[in-house]
Every structure is written in structure tokens, then in C-alpha cells.
Design a protein around this ligand. Structure first.
Ligand SMILES: N[C@@H](CCC(=O)N[C@@H](CS)C(=O)NCC(=O)O)C(=O)O
Length: 204
């Protein structure tokens, strides 16, 4: 039985996993299944009580989440030490980079959810600014000390997915506000075809 990846083509967290699946040579072993967090009938809520994507169903039927746990598991399945370095401090730096870029995505998703789930009359600008502040500070930190774009690890995967998500939803105009990151993404993209192979359908 193949592993099942429950996700959406637009989810930046599911994209992290889809990129890793390609890189680790696991495409034949992982089947992508669309899931809708908003649909109470979707089996997603059975597999992940949080109702979030992505979720991976392993070959023995275990449901695992979130994207960080899934990436660690897939790295292990593929032999280990491939997208998460074994040695310190590289491991620590890579995992921290992933945590920061995931956090930027979390903040940017909350900005989208404010517009999607709350009527305009009760949008709360200070809270939106608070979330945007996280994204802007994170982008600043990334621009100051970007990881090597030649590397393909959970840190660079998360950074690339985060920038791709901002291109899609435009919460922060990173290409003008943090233009030093443009050549970074170009270099990552040129080196790693997994990025273009997983572009969301609505990408500019
Ligand atoms: N920490 C989680 C975040 C996953 C996440 O926020 N996914 C979004 C879609 S991109 C989601 O499922 N949102 C629905 C919800 O928050 O209920 C991960 O790394 O997988």
C-alpha cells in the first residue's frame, strides 16, 4: 500500500512535503490525496484532530503530522541524514531555519484567514499588523543570513516554500522590500527542480 499525503496544491506546508518526496526519490511510494480542512465530512479530521494539512498516512496506516514530523519521517525512510543533517551544529541551524520560515507562513496564513473567515466589519488591524510584524522580522533575518541555496534541506525547503507562498498571496511584497532574497530564490530554483515541479496552480 502506498503512503498517502493528505494536502492541497495551494498549501505551503504540504508543498514542503511534496518537494521532499521528489527529492528523496519517494514519488512512487507516496500518493497525493486532496483534503479540505473546512469540510467536516473530510476524513482529515479523523486522521488529524487539529484538522490541518498536511497529514501523511504511513504504509502501516499510521497518521502523522505536522509537516516537520512528516519530513523527519520521510528522511528516515529514505536512509536518513539527507534533508536533516545528522551532525551538529548544521542540524540545529537547519531545524531553526525551518522553524522560522514555518512561523512566517503561520503568521501569513492567519492574515489570510482574517479576511476569509471574519466579516470585514470586525477585521482587527492591530492584530493583522502584529502578524505582519512577525513575517517582516523573519524576512529581515533571512535576508541577513540566508542559508546556502545549493543545499536542499528542511531549512531551505521551508524558506523557498515560504517565499513561494508570499508570491501567491502577497501578504508582504518581499520582492521589493527584501530584494536581496530574489537572487536567493532564483538560485534555489535553478538548482532544485522540485520547486517548479510543485508550483501552486495559481502562481503568478
Ligand atoms: N504546523 C503545521 C501547519 C499546517 C497548516 O497551518 N496548514 C493549513 C493549510 S496551509 C491548514 O490546514 N489550515 C486549516 C486550519 O488551520 O484549520 C504544519 O507544519 O504542517
Amino acid at each position: 500500500m502506498p503512503m498517502l499525503l493528505r494536502g492541497s496544491p495551494l498549501s505551503p506546508f504540504a508543498r514542503k512535503v511534496r518537494m521532499a518526496v521528489l527529492h528523496l526519490g519517494l514519488a512512487e511510494k507516496v500518493e497525493f490525496v486532496r483534503a479540505d480542512p473546512m469540510n467536516p465530512e473530510d476524513v482529515l479530521r479523523r486522521d488529524n484532530p487539529l484538522g490541518k494539512i498536511p497529514v501523511l498516512i504511513t504504509e502501516d496506516g499510521k497518521a502523522i503530522y505536522d509537516s516537520r514530523v512528516i519530513l523527519e519521517y520521510l528522511d528516515h525512510v529514505a536512509g536518513g541524514g539527507i534533508i536533516i543533517p545528522d551532525g551538529w551544529p548544521a542540524r540545529l541551524d537547519t531545524l531553526t531555519m525551518q522553524a522560522m520560515c514555518d512561523g512566517i507562513m503561520d503568521a501569513c496564513i492567519l492574515i489570510i484567514y482574517e479576511a476569509r473567515h471574519r466579516p470585514p466589519a470586525i477585521h482587527h488591524q492591530p492584530w493583522l499588523d502584529y502578524q505582519r510584524g512577525k513575517a517582516v522580522r523573519g524576512l529581515k533575518a533571512l535576508a541577513k543570513a540566508p542559508p546556502d541555496p545549493v543545499r536542499f534541506d528542511v531549512g531551505t525547503i521551508a524558506a523557498a516554500c515560504m517565499l513561494g507562498y508570499l508570491d501567491l498571496r502577497r501578504q508582504v511584497a518581499w520582492r521589493s522590500e527584501f530584494s536581496d532574497l530574489v537572487p536567493w530564490l532564483d538560485a534555489f530554483r535553478a538548482k532544485h527542480p522540485e520547486f517548479d515541479a510543485t508550483l501552486p496552480p495559481e502562481s503568478p
